[in-house]
Design a protein around this ligand. Structure first.
Ligand SMILES: [Zn+2]
Length: 76
């Protein structure tokens, strides 16, 4: 993946950067399981890439997709 770190932010005030996406996902899951509004993004030099990556998810699986994104389609 691109250089940079994955930053997880949560409505409870949690914010942390992770070098490994897997670690970020685990942190995200903990907060989402607790009913928090958690989100993540990748800190890179290209803002457009950062946004698209966060919206689309990194692997294309439904659980990685941001359903609030205009890029999200639930009819596919
Ligand atoms: Zn939280």
């Amino acid at each position: 993946m691109a250089s940079g770190e994955t930053v997880v932010q949560c409505s409870c005030g949690f914010e942390a950067g992770f070098d490994r996406l897997r670690d970020a996902r685990e942190a995200l899951a903990v907060h989402e399981d607790a009913g928090h509004e958690a989100d993540w993004h990748i800190e890179t030099v290209a803002d457009g890439v950062e946004l698209a990556g966060a919206d689309a998810g990194v692997c294309g699986r439904p659980e990685c997709t941001n359903e609030d994104s205009p890029l999200y389609r639930d009819d596919v």
